[in-house]
Design a protein around this ligand. Structure first.
Ligand code: HEC
Length: 157
């Protein structure tokens, strides 16, 4: 009797936890939420690029550059593609999405640009560990080219 009471209590608790986890996760996969995360993620990437640029333009602080390059690589390697789920071609996150419909209608091309972006971000993250400003600069420019390539094709500027 006691045991089965315990069991049902545990079952109820588990149900409660999974129900609230489900409520949260379905909240998180709503298109407007995904667009919000997408915009925040790109803002964070942009902010860290600005930090690296400032270091390259003024006094080079290797530790600061490593931090930013690691953030960019981590975000590039995260499930970025999930943030472009169906249903997120239009709508409002923090503001109206700037993604172009072509991002979704030309999946091979967008996947290729994402892949190139990841590749350059990872190379940069490795290089900053040992490299001086002179060595880091060209790789940083390689990375920035991948931002521009995707924005030119897939973002309303
Ligand atoms: C594969 C395509 C792609 C790549 C690569 C890419 N972006 Fe973007 N970026 C986008 C799209 C699409 C948006 C619009 C997102 C939205 O509004 O839903 C965007 C938005 C932004 C924004 C505006 C965020 C906001 O809503 O305020 C910034 C800043 C930005 N990107 C910076 C960068 C930087 C810096 C890089 C490279 C280090 C980069 N992006 C690489 C596609 C890309």
């Amino acid at each position: 009797m006691k045991l089965s009471f315990k069991k049902s209590l545990i079952t109820l608790l588990c149900l409660g936890v999974s129900a609230s986890a489900f409520a949260q996760s379905s909240q998180l996969t709503k298109p407007e939420q995904l667009i919000k995360v997408r915009q925040s993620l790109f803002q964070t990437i942009g902010w860290n690029c600005t930090r690296i640029r400032q270091n390259l333009d003024k006094e080079y602080n290797k530790t600061e550059v490593i931090k930013s390059a690691e953030v960019i690589a981590t975000l590039a390697n995260s499930a970025l593609d999930v943030l472009f789920a169906p249903g997120t071609a239009t709508g409002k996150g923090w503001k109206d999405t700037a993604v172009k419909p072509e991002f979704f209608s030309k999946p091979e091309h967008s996947a290729q640009l994402l892949h190139q972006f990841r590749k350059e971000a990872n190379t940069l993250a490795e290089l900053v560990q040992t490299g001086s400003a002179e060595i880091v600069r060209p790789q940083f420019e390689n990375l920035v080219k991948t931002c521009k390539a995707c924005h030119d094709d897939f973002r309303n500027n």
